[in-house]
Design a protein around this ligand. Sequence first.
Ligand code: NAG
Ligand code: NAG
Ligand code: NAG
Ligand code: NAG
Ligand code: NAG
Length: 481
Amino acid sequence: MRFFLDFTFFLNILTVVTIFGKETYIPDASLSVPKIIKRHGYPAETHIVDTKDGYLLEVHRIPYGKNAKQSKNFPVLLQHGIVASSADWIINGPSKALAYQLADQGYDVWLGNSRGNTYSRTHINRSPQNEEFWNFSFHEMGIYDMPATIDYILERTNRSQLNYIGHSMGTCIFFVMCSVLPEYNYKIRVQISLAPVAYIHHMTSTLNSLAPYANQIEKASNWISHGAFLPQNAASKLVNKYLCGEDASNSLLCKKYIVYKLFGEDSVQFDMSLLPIILGHNPAGTSVKTLMHFAQEIRTKNFQQFDHGKEENIKIYNCSHPPKYNLSNVIAPVAFYYAQNDIIADPKDVIELYSHLPNRLGLNLIEFDQFNHVDFLYSKNIIDMVYQSVLNTISTTEFEDWVPVFDNTTIYNAIDNIHCNDIELRERNSRKTNKGFWSKLTGYIKKKEVSPLVNIKEQHSEKTAESRNTYTKAWKELFNE
Ligand SMILES: *[C@@H]1O[C@H](CO)[C@@H](O)[C@H](O)[C@H]1NC(C)=O
Ligand SMILES: *[C@@H]1O[C@H](CO)[C@@H](O)[C@H](O)[C@H]1NC(C)=O
Ligand SMILES: *[C@@H]1O[C@H](CO)[C@@H](O)[C@H](O)[C@H]1NC(C)=O
Ligand SMILES: *[C@@H]1O[C@H](CO)[C@@H](O)[C@H](O)[C@H]1NC(C)=O
Ligand SMILES: *[C@@H]1O[C@H](CO)[C@@H](O)[C@H](O)[C@H]1NC(C)=O
């Protein structure tokens, strides 16, 4: 029952999209990202990036700040988290949001959108009405979306490297990319991980209690939405018109049971006045398979590829279980920012991930006990608490002759057992060997011109005992060879 309760609340908040209506009109809650950027007096561009497997991603760009021209050597790519979008980086407004802060410092700022979200729901020949469109997890975002977006930006800006800032799943897909396609490490100046997510088995968010139900959710969701999870659409707007509404009691409910249970309780930094804007853009949708993949990571306590089930795994990976991502391949310099009260990117998981990365620039704990998962985007004192340090880190990479100073205060542990250590496959092969043994035995018996094995099955024939003896003798002889 607890599950149903949580799950209902969870769906409610995540599918909430309204709040406006009634008397107030909040432009930032309903306009598209480029329009919001322009509304605040910044230049905005929209670019379409096509991936190797045919998805068309909408990437947003703020080429320079309100008063500053582009003055920095390396562009910055900001990548959002799960069921979110490029809006995450501007929701907090020009005085706080990271995209504007970077643009005002003279950076060329690019905002990615992962396949399946509000802005990236087109494909050259697959319709989002079709299950085939939603057949992807964060793995495909890592091996197709990220490389395509990075190559597009570098080509467009005639640069060889960029800075990468990810939040939550936006860090996860970076680690997927750099471990599967290590050549992309060299295109990264520095990677900043805000609330890094890869190992997630310590998470205490309501999301964790959903993990055991991943299969049921998949089935239900395939039936209802062809594999899409929490897409923003008219129906969800309608459903949620009456939840998390403007009046105080709803807000309180929202805060207490939904926001806090999903992301961590923070009554100080969480700005309730942003809620209409946050909910105007989130959830932006993803595939159910993405959720399934995360559920698998919770269950297996690993950061590994998608588990298709034993039979399929053997076909795809030549192993009954999926391989782990080889984090030793992630050689781009990485700086971590994490928080004590983040109930999705739990400090234990963050530290484990950090310890598996070879080139670390620092593990920065936010100095505020209540800081939660979404405070990295929406909190009130975000600049002092996080962004000032992020901007400092990025500015050190500006010069061509920059040499990273790696963190030598923590221990690096390469992950072990990356190779298929396959008990299942060995059992299978040994069964095959047994089969070979039987045919060898039959051949042996035939060669010796003893009674065929068929006779053994004739339980009541006179010859049974004799055959059995012959068979046993042959078996023993063969076995002792
Ligand atoms: C989903 O994609 C995988 C490859 O990643 C493929 O093997 C499988 O057949 C696809 N399934 C569907 C339903 O399209
Ligand atoms: C691209 O950058 C290189 C140097 O980094 C420069 O020589 C070249 O002219 C640039 N190309 C364009 C089209 O700006
Ligand atoms: C599959 O794995 C087995 C060991 O488990 C190995 O001997 C074989 O070469 C592998 N096949 C391929 C195609 O990689
Ligand atoms: C993992 O990556 C490291 C560094 O690139 C490499 O030395 C190691 O062989 C890789 N392990 C496997 C199992 O591929
Ligand atoms: C860590 O690196 C700093 C300089 O980068 C150096 O001064 C210090 O001795 C190093 N510490 C260890 C334990 O290697």
